[in-house]
Design a protein around this ligand. Structure first.
Ligand code: ZN
Length: 244
C-alpha cells in the first residue's frame, strides 16, 4: 500500500474538530501522521487531544501554545484572554501530557519531510508567515523539498522556484515540481482563521508527490458548549463559528 500522510495542526484542544479530521483521514487511507504543533490552548479538551495525537504516534513538533502551557514561564507579555486560557490549560494537563508536550522539538525532519510550527529560520521565536517576504527566510534553512508548518491558522502554499523567487499560492491540491521547494501551511483543525469555520488539514502522498487539502464540517456548537462549560472566555466560543 502506498503511503498517505495526514498532516494536521493547530488543533487547540478542540476534540470535536479533531475527531472528524481523524475519521476522515482514516477513511481516506492515512498510513502516517504528522502534527505541526499547537495541540492545546484556546479550547476545552487539551488532555483528550494530546492523548489522540500520542496514540497515533504522530511525528509532532512544539507550538507556542504547547510550549507556554507545558512550561511555567511568565505570561506578562500575553494578551489577557490568551493568558487566562494558558493558565487554565496548565491546571488541566495531566503530568504525562505535560511531559510529552515538554519533550516536543521545535522542528523535525521525518522521512525526508521537514516539520515546524512557525518558521525554520527562528522556530523558537514564533514568527507568522502570511506573505512571501515572511516565507523567504525559512526557505534559506529548508533542506528538504517539502516543509509543513502552521501557526497562522490559514492554509497556504509558499513555493520557491529554482531561480529563488517565492510565490504564495492558494491552498489548492497540487503535485510537487522538481527543482522547486514548498513551505506548506496545513491550516487549523480546531480554530480556523480564514473565514471558513470548517476544520482544515491535508494529505500528502509521497508516491504521487501530491498534496490534497481537506475542509470538514464538524459540530461547532458542541465545541462552543465545552468552551463555555469550562468557564473559558466567551469570545473563544464565538470565533469558532466565524472562522476568525
Ligand atoms: Zn495555533
Amino acid at each position: 500500500m502506498d503511503k498517505k500522510i495526514a498532516v494536521l495542526g493547530d488543533i487547540h484542544a478542540n476534540i470535536d474538530a479533531l475527531d472528524v479530521v481523524l475519521a476522515d483521514a482514516k477513511a481516506l487511507g492515512a498510513t502516517d501522521w504528522i502534527c505541526v504543533g499547537d495541540v492545546v490552548g484556546y479550547n476545552a479538551c487539551p488532555n483528550e487531544c494530546c492523548e489522540k495525537i500520542r496514540a497515533l504516534g504522530a511525528a509532532t513538533v512544539c507550538g507556542n501554545h504547547d510550549h507556554y502551557c507545558a512550561f511555567d514561564e511568565s505570561l506578562e507579555d500575553f494578551h489577557p484572554l490568551a493568558a487566562a486560557v494558558v493558565a487554565w490549560t496548565r491546571r488541566q494537563l495531566t503530568t504525562e501530557n505535560r511531559e510529552w508536550l515538554r519533550s516536543l522539538p521545535y522542528q523535525k525532519v521525518e522521512k525526508g519531510l521537514a516539520i515546524v510550527h512557525a518558521t525554520l529560520d527562528q522556530p523558537e521565536h514564533w514568527g507568522y508567515v502570511f506573505e512571501t517576504v515572511e516565507a523567504e527566510p525559512s526557505f534559506t534553512y529548508q533542506r528538504t523539498q517539502l516543509c509543513f508548518h502552521g501557526h497562522t491558522h490559514v492554509p497556504a502554499v509558499f513555493v520557491q522556484h529554482g531561480f529563488g523567487a517565492v510565490d504564495r499560492l492558494p491552498p489548492e491540491d497540487f503535485a510537487l515540481v522538481l527543482g522547486r521547494k514548498y513551505f506548506v501551511n496545513t491550516g487549523s483543525v480546531g480554530q480556523p482563521r480564514d473565514s471558513d469555520p470548517r476544520a482544515s488539514y491535508l494529505l500528502y502522498e509521497p508516491a504521487r508527490r501530491a498534496v490534497t487539502f481537506r475542509r470538514l464540517d464538524y459540530d461547532i456548537s458542541a465545541a462552543q458548549s465545552r468552551v463555555l462549560a469550562a468557564g473559558l472566555p466567551e469570545h473563544l466560543a464565538r470565533r469558532l463559528a466565524a472562522g476568525r
